[in-house]
Structures are given as structure tokens and as C-alpha cells.
Design a protein around this ligand. Structure first.
Ligand SMILES: CC(=O)N[C@H]1[C@H]([C@H](O)[C@H](O)CO)O[C@](OP(=O)(O)OC[C@H]2O[C@@H](n3ccc(N)nc3=O)[C@H](O)[C@@H]2O)(C(=O)O)C[C@@H]1O
Ligand SMILES: CC(=O)N[C@@H]1[C@@H](O)[C@H](O[C@@H]2O[C@H](CO)[C@H](O)[C@H](O)[C@H]2O)[C@@H](CO)O[C@H]1O
Length: 366
């Protein structure tokens, strides 16, 4: 018997096609032997691949590979005028486009339009304060946006998914870049870009040095949650006596901005984000506890201002990932959001829905 071949019972009946239907002398035996070896190799390779994928997805905050992501091309995406409007009408109804994006003095001066709700979903009870603020700020959409044939917008969330994304160049190519709160640009240009067309903020989230993190013509859009927020902007812009009480975090007392850059967001957008995206009750007990995040609000706004809406840096770690940092620029966890009145899992459902229907596209993963 030649070495290396297993013994074979010559008398044993062998069925055609069964495992034993070749003798060691046959070339097929060798082939199968090789095949089973390469089979194991393949299996080992697949195992290594799975381990690497799991490690990679965990290291990027998630427990599974995310799908709602589209590969970023260097070319500008084709833009179709009215496309976002068509999508928005499916989510928010047909009439939301008739609402002005920013509050206008004429609505509070000549024709006093009473709002049905108090802040943050309406302006009931804050009219006088607002009148003073609107008298010193502006409400127009800048000519640079107005004149665009098609408005390509990107909403940049503050999420950790932007870290090491190298998306800066891609983000800068959009006509309108919308940023949120005190999210920094300086030092993070490679990942988040340097252009800021619009920044949504409230007093507690205002960057202390707005000139560093914005462009000279950035629109600074105040999202008011309480009457004190109007009062704060008035004292800043008119250099009146500052009030320190009434904020959950000390806002800037000196804030070097041009009043022409300031806009006041129409609370209607907060209302429809709460109602149509999160199904939150609009009439909540006196102090509203539940509210959309500023990012979800910005997506809602973009769907009304733009023709094409892309998003980046959205998505929180799941609740088990207690140690995962949530921002691209600082080390804080989901714990910091306890008491904020946000339901991040409900928001994820709303964003997934918008991604699935093609109303928005994602530059990072979700
Ligand atoms: C402690 C606290 O109140 N944190 C809130 C902070 C904080 O006030 C500001 O950063 C200013 O310091 O602001 C919020 O949010 P924040 O400023 O963290 O993030 C802006 C928006 O980005 C989206 N985001 C962020 C992180 C992440 N991992 N995934 C995301 O999708 C969200 O849509 C988010 O709105 C806010 O205004 O919504 C919501 C946070 O709850
Ligand atoms: C009644 C009151 O001031 N509540 C504060 C919340 O508004 C605030 O949430 C924060 O309120 C902001 C508006 O001021 C934004 O909605 C932000 O997303 C949200 O996190 C939390 C922050 O930890 O502190 C409470 O005391």
C-alpha cells in the first residue's frame, strides 16, 4: 500500500456519487482532499472576516453593520428643484411650505397673529419681547441662498460618527451647510468642513466665541424654548443689563455678533417635528418635557428650505453602549442627555423612515 493514502475496503459496496466512490488512486481523491483543505481555509478566512467586521462595527459605536449610507462621490449630486418639497409634503402635509422659515416683524406688529401655543411650539405670551427682538434683527433669506437654482443642503449632526470621516471636503461642496449648537469647526475641518451657512442654537448652546466657529455671513438662527431666550438675545444685541437667572446653563454674557446675522426660527417647525416625526402631544403639561433634538429640527427646516437634503453625523450609540462618546469633539456619553426631554430611539425611527423613503440621504452611516 502506498504511503499517504487511507486504507480502502475493496469489498465494500460503494454507491455512485457517495463520499466513497473514488479510490485513493483516482485523481478525484486528491482533488477532494485539496478541496476540503481549501474549504477549511475559506471557512477560517470567513471567520476572521466576521470577527473583523464585528470589531469594526463595535469600534464605530454600533453593534451591527449599518446600511443606510450611500457612498460619497466627488461629483455634485444631481439636484431636482422641488424634490425635497415633494418629499416633505408626504411627511408634513401640503401646507407647511406656506410658513415663513424665520419670524417676521410684520406678523407681530401690523397684524398681530396670535399663536395658539406658548414656547417652544408657539409664541403665545412672548409677543412683546419678540417684537423688540424682531425690530433689531432680520428675517430675510440671504440672496446667496435665494438666487440658487437648486439648493443642495447638508445637515451636520454633532455625532461621533464624523470623527475620522474625512468628509470635510465633501461637506464644503454643498450650497448650504447647516450646523448645530456649539459644534466646533476649527481643528476639525478635515472631518466636518469649514463652511457654515446656517447654525441653529439656543442661549445655553451658543458658542462663547461665535467668530471662530462661523463664517462672517453665517446665519445664526435662534431656536427659542422659553421667553428668557428672547430676553437674552435682546440684552446681548441692545447691550442691556444681562440676566443670569432662568437658564439651565450660563449662556454668554458678551457675544460678538452682527445683529444682521441673527434670525428667529419659526416655532412652527418645532411643532411639526414634534407632531409629524415623533407623534408627541403638542399640548403638554405646563412645562413641556418632551421635544425634538435640534438636529431633527434642522432636518425638518432643511426639508422646507432646500431641494436636496443630505445628513451626516447623526445617530446615537445604543443604550448598552454606556461608555461610547456621543460627540465628534468631546468625550461625553448618553448619560449627559438624561433629563433633556429627548427620545433618541424614537428619533432614530423617524430618521430611518426619512432615509427609507428617500427624503434625505446619509453621508455617514445609520
Ligand atoms: C447636556 C445637554 O443638554 N445636551 C444637549 C445638547 C447641548 O445642549 C448642546 O450640545 C450645548 O452644549 O444639545 C442637543 O444636541 P447636541 O448638541 O449634542 O447635538 C446636536 C444634534 O446632533 C444630533 N446628534 C448628536 C450626537 C449624536 N451622537 N447623534 C446625533 O444624532 C442630534 O440630532 C442633536 O440634536 C440638542 O440641542 O439637540 C441635545 C443634548 O441633549
Ligand atoms: C426646565 C428646564 O430648564 N429644563 C432643562 C432642559 O431644557 C435641558 O435640556 C436641553 O434643553 C435645550 C433647550 O434649552 C435643548 O432642548 C436641548 O436639546 C436639551 O438637552 C436640560 C439639559 O440637561 O436641563 C434641564 O434642566
Amino acid at each position: 500500500m502506498s504511503r499517504g493514502f487511507p486504507p480502502v475496503d475493496q469489498n465494500k459496496p460503494v454507491a455512485r456519487g457517495s463520499r466513497d466512490d473514488t479510490s485513493p488512486q483516482e485523481p478525484f481523491y486528491l482533488l477532494r482532499n485539496m478541496t476540503s483543505k481549501s474549504h477549511w481555509k475559506l471557512l477560517a478566512l470567513a471567520l476572521v472576516l466576521v470577527v473583523v467586521m464585528v470589531w469594526y462595527s463595535i469600534s464605530r459605536e454600533d453593534r451591527y453593520i449599518e446600511f443606510f449610507y450611500f457612498p460619497v462621490s466627488e461629483k455634485k449630486e444631481p439636484c431636482f428643484q422641488g424634490e425635497a418639497e415633494r418629499q416633505a409634503s408626504k411627511i408634513f402635509g401640503n401646507h407647511s411650505r406656506e410658513q415663513p422659515i424665520f419670524l417676521q416683524l410684520k406678523d407681530y406688529f401690523w397684524v398681530k397673529t396670535p399663536s395658539a401655543y406658548e414656547l417652544p411650539f408657539g409664541t403665545k405670551g412672548s409677543e412683546d419681547l419678540l417684537l423688540r427682538v424682531l425690530a433689531i434683527t432680520s428675517y430675510s433669506i440671504p440672496e446667496s441662498i435665494q438666487s440658487l437654482e437648486c439648493r443642495r443642503c447638508v445637515v451636520v449632526g454633532n455625532g461621533h460618527r464624523l470623527k475620522n470621516s474625512s468628509l470635510g471636503g465633501v461637506i464644503n461642496k454643498y450650497d448650504v451647510v447647516i450646523r448645530l449648537n456649539n459644534a466646533p469647526v476649527a481643528g476639525y475641518e478635515g472631518d466636518v468642513g469649514s463652511k457654515t451657512t446656517i447654525r441653529l442654537f439656543y442661549p445655553e448652546s451658543a458658542h462663547f466665541d461665535p467668530k471662530i466657529e462661523n463664517n462672517p455671513d453665517t446665519l445664526l438662527v435662534l431656536v427659542a424654548f422659553k421667553a428668557m431666550d428672547f430676553h437674552w438675545i435682546e440684552t446681548i444685541l441692545s447691550d442691556k443689563k444681562r440676566v443670569r437667572k432662568g437658564f439651565w446653563k450660563q449662556p454668554p454674557l458678551i457675544w460678538d455678533v452682527n445683529p444682521k446675522q441673527i434670525r428667529i426660527l419659526n416655532p412652527f417647525f418645532m411643532e411639526i417635528a414634534a407632531d409629524k416625526l415623533l407623534s408627541l402631544p403638542i399640548q403638554q403639561p405646563r412645562k413641556i418635557k418632551q421635544k425634538p433634538t435640534t438636529g431633527l429640527l434642522a432636518i425638518t427646516l432643511a426639508l422646507h428650505l432646500c431641494d436636496l437634503v443630505h445628513i451626516a453625523g447623526f445617530g446615537y450609540p445604543d443604550a448598552y453602549n454606556k461608555k461610547q462618546t456621543i460627540h465628534y469633539y468631546e468625550q461625553i456619553t448618553l448619560k449627559s442627555m438624561a433629563g433633556s426631554g429627548h427620545n433618541v430611539s424614537q428619533e432614530a425611527v423617524a430618521i430611518k423612515r426619512m432615509l427609507e423613503m428617500g427624503a434625505v440621504k446619509n453621508l455617514t452611516y445609520f
